[in-house]
Design a protein around this ligand. Sequence first.
Ligand code: IMP
Length: 424
Amino acid sequence: MSNTIVIGAQWGDEGKGKIVDLLTEQADVVVRPQGGNNAGHTVVSEGRQYIVHLIPSGILWPGKFCVIGNGVVMDPIALLGEIDGLAEKGISVTPENLAISDRAHLVMPFHREMDAYRETSRGNSKIGTTKRGIGPTYGDKIDRIGFRVHDLVGDPVRFLARLGERIEECNVLFTSVGLEPLSSETIGRDLLAAAERLRPFVTDTVASLHRAMAEGKQLLFEGAQGTYLDIDQGTYPYVTSSNTTSGGACTGSGVPPQRIDRVVGVTKAYTTRVGEGPFPTQNDELADRFHKMGREFGATTGRKRRCGWLDLVLVRYASMVNGFDDLAITILDGLDDCPEIPVCTHYELDGQRIDLPPAAVTDFARVVPVYETLPGWLCDTTGVTRYEDLPANALAYLARIETETSTRVSMVGVGPAREQTIVR
Ligand code: IMP
């Protein structure tokens, strides 16, 4: 094991939680570097399902230390809800196993209001956000008017004064569009109560992570969302507001690039997306099949995910921009009963072949995916434990992914349980 980043190669929901859970066994510290409670990482452990949103999924392992890094946007009330929810399931979250960066930005109630309002007012061009206030919080961060965790747990008088001013400013906007004004007294009171409980967790996590590395500890970075939701590399503007690609793990934690030893890309054996935006290989028949099986509903919002065939143009570019050392292919078993499996090898745009995603979202929406159809394996893979024991057609499918992406497949998921990941 070494310092490792786990990154989604698609539009999120690739099953990163499960891969992180597997790699956590050899890690000492699990770091969440970006995003907020828009994420939902599902892990099945000893027959029980856990969904974590802000807390790294390493929290499910005894003896592992978890860090919410400076690049995260943190909703204090949501975080406390998550801590309490885990406690009810017997997972104790204390400053012994969780640290929160003093530099992380706070998601405030007015950010959630703005997110919801903007979505509604966008009409047909809505992004389909999770309405957790993520975009407006990162917007304020970049605009240099955000609130950070150290503001919340520091001087309460100063915090309340700044909060009052900001809410007054937001209320002018809210009332002008017919929304109810927010009460700075109620919000201030709730946030200061949350601050009391969160204060013991707050620290300079950059210093903690460098100390851990100096002691020879191994770090595991749990990327949230996926490459095509990245604010720079994704299908802009249908993206989230953080850098979900591997560079975001460094800026979001204060761990420099040369300390990273391995970047693992995670992709489903097919493709899914929640929210709006282009999706060249979308296929409604495949979606219906998964939904009837009770699969492919969002972990955070419960929304039906859009589904389609594997798009190797996406995985190829994701491998380039993240520097994937290897790939984990999840839910291979999802294709067990497909007689034929189309894979998209490239696109055509206005009659021209293209092998990498176009920049303009309008072009992305127009590309024609070009498929190669591979034979299915038509047998149950959920009990397979060794790579070489996978059916020949499944091995050929995986080999095709390796060739098209120039990246080695190192892990294959064949079911939701911890033991259903084949390590090659
Ligand atoms: P936001 O992150 O809530 O602003 O949403 C922006 C876009 O990212 C929407 O299309 C969301 O559905 C999508 N998104 C955000 N977080 C996740 C996630 O964890 N998995 C999948 N999609 C996500």
